[in-house]
Design a protein around this ligand. Sequence first.
Ligand code: MG
Length: 156
Amino acid sequence: MKIGFGYDVHRLVEGRRLILCGAEIPYELGLLGHSDADVAVHALMDAILGALALGDIGKLFPDSDEKYKDANSMELLGQVIEEMHKNGFTLGNLDMTIVAEKPKLAPYIPQMRENLARAFGCDTSKISVKATTEEGLGLAGSGIGAYAVVMLEENP
Ligand code: MG
């Protein structure tokens, strides 16, 4: 088994869509980034790459590369999952916490879990997505952060 951890944060700005784990969330602000800025999927990809000691998403998908402009992070996740399979591992389980003062994310969590389960081709029982605020403290007032841990199991 291998364990990996990932963290990411993106700034909230006007004129951008808010996408978390592939779910579009209606809100007046969205996350700024070179790709679609799906901060939750970015943390998750870093956790998988971390478990495999393959660096991070900045190495795999450099934001200096125009190819990744407005990239769909769920598609990038698909590539990372493929890399995981190539290295002989499958997902044991994943656990994620999204940190956001606003908007309320609870209604969208089932959709997020389903999106991730589809990407991994696994049951939603292996996929945990949680959301919390920072009680007005920290940096999450002006952005959204995400922490992810994964456990990967080596194929027999
Ligand atoms: Mg990012």
